[in-house]
Ligand binder design. Structure first.
Ligand code: IVH
Length: 706
């Protein structure tokens, strides 16, 4: 529970501890020091994971954490169950035993429009015998429901919903979610035992990054954040759970007992009071998102307003929940066999629809991967028309038991790409046909291969036309060489007209001929010409990424660019040398080595060099401006080369300023290993430049010189 005074005290304690750490000086004794460390770390966890505004730098946090671990190792009898070190779990979970909920977890009745709500409100008013009811409205989180038990302030159990009566004991995994406090001061309110409910979520950005990684590794992406959250909660390795970046909102008190002789505090006489209390006790609850209103019209207004905000939220919600605010009135209204009468869900417009699966096309990617793409009768979902849906690989077709002619359920959640949830087998009439996966490349007709342990079929003919074209499309794309106004359609057009046949051809186009094509006026021709010319000076990492080397994403491309002074240096790197670079594993290293060992690829690079494309690792442009004065910086994650404090000093010596959190005031975020929420937050503010440690070093070196 953090009042302003306590926050100030804790911030001071944090400073004091950091100073003492340098002098290796305890407070009065180890016991007291450990208690202070636990409190400061838990406080920073709350600031970081609940408030998104940490008070300690990651480096300071790590130092205090390490100190606590050291003291605990020296004083094992003083380790408490709610110590932040105790989140870290050892070993795999063998099973998730079934456990009974203290109170069955009911589901909510659904409503879909204003009339449904008006109806529900009328019934509630009649049952209550009141002219008007006070409601609390909050988002309906679209994740996996959980229930937590705290006893004597300690988190003693975390469970899944299960069938509502009994769920699975997932306490170890729940402890990996850093926004869930391991202990909370319920006893200050006289509460002895409490069961609280909530929802575990994966935020949209974390989910997107997670799926991008899966796709890069040729694994089918997970369908939506909800599935990702519920899947994550049941993983057997708690350390993997910790890496998923799960978040939790707690929104319901289902059961509680008071300490003997204690009166129930006013704070928990209403639902809105409970949300505030949970928030005060360090939980993430919809305390800020909630709204308390009187009468049904205000309910409708808030639901409609929030629906518009839906896509601006960092997490998925699928509706709103309206609850009678006063607990005494909730009790009076009671429940039916399925639902409480005092609450209702207002569901937003569906992002699901059914359609017919007509055909499956097999597309060849730039690395030769064969992707089945379902063509369905166009359907409208959430404001867009969907007619084409990637099925990723053969296994997905089999798992979902898809057949041509099937009625399929299609979902498109928020920014998530549309996907087929399932086929509706009940609606089959016998005319459906099996989907036959090709044995040969649909474009070059070469035989397809599926390497051991992989789920994707491939055409391994690197001269396959489809691959050649896809590679060019990738090369000119925004994240690669960013040749504006080129685009996929021009690549296809120029290729099919024989105006270019490979990547170097992009720089040898005959503009006279293009000028004769329909749709190319003087202006568009000169735009294209200058965009192509400009791309020759793109930084090296864009060229490397643009080459489309298998498994080499933007980050790896940057790592490679930073490791050389000219791209040709990579020819001479051994696989071991590549492996030694940051975050590059054997699979990636093997692919890079293979690319630069191939004579055709080297020849292509020589051609590009001769055509004037930049092959050098040039200094970052910020370096040229000289001096960091007026610029703000923040470091996150573990730096490989510099000590955090040295890096910060370098910034300050050159007139720059270190900020403590990510905000629109920040100019540069320097990202080390295992960067977490700060990076996520920074990505959302497009004025922040995100640099690697090497890029930062380049930049300050440049400033020293200039
Ligand atoms: S209240 C007895 N509040 O929706 C009422 N539920 O069908 C307990 N949910 O299983 C639930 N956001 O998983 C409540 N703000 C919210 C919610 C919420 C999501 C889920 C929950 C529940 C389902 C109800």
């Amino acid at each position: 529970m953090y009042t302003k005074e306590i926050e100030i005290t804790l911030a001071q304690t944090a400073k004091d501890l950091l100073q003492r750490l340098e002098q290796q000086k305890l407070l009065n004794n180890a016991d007291e020091t450990m208690e202070a460390l636990r409190r400061v770390i838990a406080y920073n966890d709350w600031r970081y994971y609940v408030q998104s505004d940490p008070v300690l730098s990651d480096y300071e946090y790590d130092q205090l954490f390490a100190w606590l671990k050291k003291l605990e190792a020296e004083n094992p009898h003083l380790v408490s169950a709610d110590s932040p070190t105790q989140r870290v779990a050892k070993g795999l979970t063998k099973e998730f035993p079934t456990v009974q909920h203290l109170v069955p977890m009911l589901s909510l009745e659904n409503s879909y429009n204003a009339d449904d709500l008006i109806d529900w409100d009328r019934k509630a008013r009649e049952a209550a015998g009141l002219p008007e009811i006070e409601y609390c409205i909050e988002p309906k989180f679209d994740g996996a429901s959980i229930s937590l038990i705290y006893e004597n302030d300690m988190l003693t159990r975390g469970a899944t919903r299960g069938d509502g009566v009994a769920g699975e004991d997932i306490t170890t995994n729940i402890r990996q979610i850093r926004s869930i406090p391991l202990s909370a001061g319920f006893s200050k309110y006289g509460i002895h035992q409490i069961e609280i409910r909530g929802e575990v979520l994966i935020n949209k950005n974390t989910f997107k990054a997670f799926n991008e990684k899966r796709i890069a590794e040729n694994q089918p992406p997970l369908a939506n954040p909800r599935n990702a959250a519920s899947g994550s909660l049941r993983m057997v390795d708690p350390n993997e759970v910790a890496k998923r970046g799960l978040e939790a909102f707690l929104y319901h008190m289902s059961y509680h007992t008071m300490e003997r002789g204690k009166e129930e505090p006013d704070a928990i006489k209403t639902h809105s009071g409970t949300l505030d209390l949970l928030s005060t006790l360090g939980f993430r609850s919809p305390a800020k998102e909630k709204k308390v209103v009187k009468g049904v019209q205000a309910v409708i207004d808030y639901c409609l307003w929030f629906e518009q905000e839906r896509d601006n939220l960092p997490y998925e919600i699928d509706g709103m929940v309206i609850k009678v605010n006063d607990y005494a009135l909730q009790d009076k209204l009671g429940m039916t066999t399925h639902h409480p009468r005092w609450a209702i869900a207002y569901k937003f417009k569906a992002r699901q629809a059914t359609s017919k699966l007509r055909t499956v096309e097999f597309q060849v990617g730039r690395t030769g991967s064969i992707t089945p793409v379902a063509k369905i009768d166009p359907v409208h979902i959430g404001g867009v028309t969907v007619s084409s849906i990637s099925l990723f690989n053969e296994e997905v077709i089999r798992e979902k038991d898809l057949k041509l002619g099937d009625t399929v359920l299609v979902e498109r959640a928020g920014d998530v790409i549309p996907y087929i949830v399932k086929s509706v087998a009940d609606l089959r009439n016998g005319a459906e046909k099996d989907i036959v996966f090709p044995t040969h490349c649909p474009v070059c007709k070469d035989k397809l291969f599926k390497p051991e342990g992989e789920s994707v079929w491939r055409c391994i003919n690197i001269n396959c036309e489809a691959q050649v074209v896809e590679r060019m499309i990738h090369f000119v794309s925004k994240d690669a060489m960013d040749i504006k106004s080129f685009g996929e359609s021009n690549v296809r057009k120029f290729y099919s007209l024989g105006l270019m046949h490979d990547i170097p051809g992009i720089y040898q186009l005959d503009f006279d001929k293009i000028g004769e094509l329909e749709g190319f006026g003087k202006k568009s021709l000169s735009n294209l010409q200058s965009a192509i010319a400009q791309s020759k000076t793109q930084p090296l990492h864009r060229l490397i990424f643009g080459l489309g080397i298998r498994y080499v994403g933007e980050t790896t491309a940057k790592t490679l660019a930073n490791a050389v002074s000219n791209i040709m240096d990579l020819q001479h790197f051994s696989e071991e040398q590549i492996l030694a670079l940051e975050d590059i594993g054997p699979k990636v290293a093997g692919s890079i080595k293979q690319f630069f060992s191939n004579k055709d690829n080297i020849h292509m690079l020589q051609q590009l060099a001769a055509l004037g494309v930049n092959m050098e690792n040039t200094k970052s442009s910020a370096a040229a401006s000289g001096g960091l004065s007026g610029q703000t910086f923040l470091f996150t994650g573990t730096l490989a080369k510099l000590k955090r404090s040295d890096a910060e000093e370098m910034v300050e010596q050159q007139g720059g300023k270190i900020l403590s959190g990510v905000s629109s005031k920040l100019n540069y975020l320097i990202v080390g290993e295992d960067a977490g929420s700060k990076l996520e937050k920074a990505k959302k503010i497009n004025t922040i430049r995100i640099l690697t440690e090497d890029e930062f070093l380049e930049m300050v070196k440049g400033d020293n010189n200039g």
